[in-house]
Design a protein around this ligand. Structure first.
Ligand SMILES: C[C@@]1(CC(=O)O)c2cc3[nH]c(cc4nc(cc5[nH]c(cc(n2)[C@H]1CCC(=O)O)[C@@](C)(CC(=O)O)[C@@H]5CCC(=O)O)C(CC(=O)O)=C4CCC(=O)O)c(CCC(=O)O)c3CC(=O)O
Ligand SMILES: NC(=O)C1=CN([C@@H]2O[C@H](COP(=O)(O)OP(=O)(O)OC[C@H]3O[C@@H](n4cnc5c(N)ncnc54)[C@H](O)[C@@H]3O)[C@@H](O)[C@H]2O)C=CC1
Length: 192
């Protein structure tokens, strides 16, 4: 069986600068899900045109819209770049410019030109679940996201908060703490 070897990380988007190149449907979809998960993300979008929806979204977040065509200068100071234009050559230029400067880059419509994929994301308080199908079926990632949004209980965050409080009260060395926390949470994974 094929296997997903991607390594998920949870980025502190507040500390990072994201650039989106292009301002069409795909840019708006990527921006929507980025801000849904991470409303504190710092985003710049460069494009000769923007959709109404994108302009409205930008007003709600830390999003700067620049009305221009892509030039290499725009990647300066950016950590993560997502190319979404409808001109394949422009997207490949963005990819090459980013690789040359060791920046993480995603060409949304071209998986081989992605250092990372955006995923389906479920957030419940402090808990976050990210889903990827290895780029094979974004629709499956969306459906799984919807499924987990349904089945993960809203009060999962209470468990996290309670255990965080309990964790602070446990005395002893690291091994003893791990043992106590495992004992305390055993029933969560026990088969009935
Ligand atoms: C590789 C990847 C690169 C990247 O974008 O990062 C990529 C690529 C492509 N997407 C395409 C199409 C669609 N994408 C969606 C939706 C989402 N796409 C997302 C991620 C990813 N999309 C990355 C892989 C993630 C993984 O590993 O699973 C999600 C999860 C996250 C997000 O967008 O933030 C978000 C759901 C969010 C949510 O609902 O929670 C839908 C469904 C819909 O809109 O209903 C469709 C239409 C149906 C279909 O085609 O499946 C096409 C074909 C374009 C064409 O045909 O022209 C390509 C290009 C290709 O595959 O070649
Ligand atoms: N990854 C995904 O989820 C999907 C990918 N696609 C593909 O992605 C591409 C983009 O699709 P859409 O967003 O629907 O197209 P669109 O036509 O809505 O948007 C393209 C955007 O790129 C901008 N642009 C064009 N040249 C530019 C330049 N030199 N510099 C900066 N911006 C520039 C345009 O002004 C426009 O805002 C298409 O090739 C499409 O096939 C389509 C659907 C889903």
């Amino acid at each position: 069986m094929e296997r997903n070897n991607l390594y998920p990380i949870f980025l502190k988007t507040k500390n990072l600068q994201v650039l989106i190149v292009g301002g069409g449907f795909v840019a708006e979809e990527k921006l929507t899900f980025l801000l849904k998960s991470s409303p504190d993300a710092n985003v710049t979008i460069v494009s000769p045109m923007f959709r109404e929806g994108t302009i409205a979204l930008a007003k709600k977040g830390n999003v700067t819209l620049i009305e221009d065509i892509y030039k290499k200068d725009f990647i300066q100071g950016k950590h993560i770049v997502v190319a979404t234009t409808d001109i394949p050559e422009v997207n490949v230029d963005v990819y090459k410019d980013c690789r040359a400067e060791a920046k993480l880059v995603n060409v949304a419509d071209n998986p081989p030109y992605c250092d990372f994929y955006m995923g389906g994301i479920v957030t419940k308080g402090n808990v976050k679940v990210a889903i990827s199908t290895n780029g094979k079926s974004p629709t499956t990632a969306k459906r799984l996201r919807q499924f987990f949004e349904e089945v993960i209980p809203e009060n999962i965050d209470d468990l996290v908060k309670n255990l965080n409080e309990y964790r602070k009260t446990i005395k002893g060395n690291f091994e003893e703490k791990v043992e106590k926390l495992n004992e305390f949470t055993k029933s969560l994974v026990e088969k009935k």
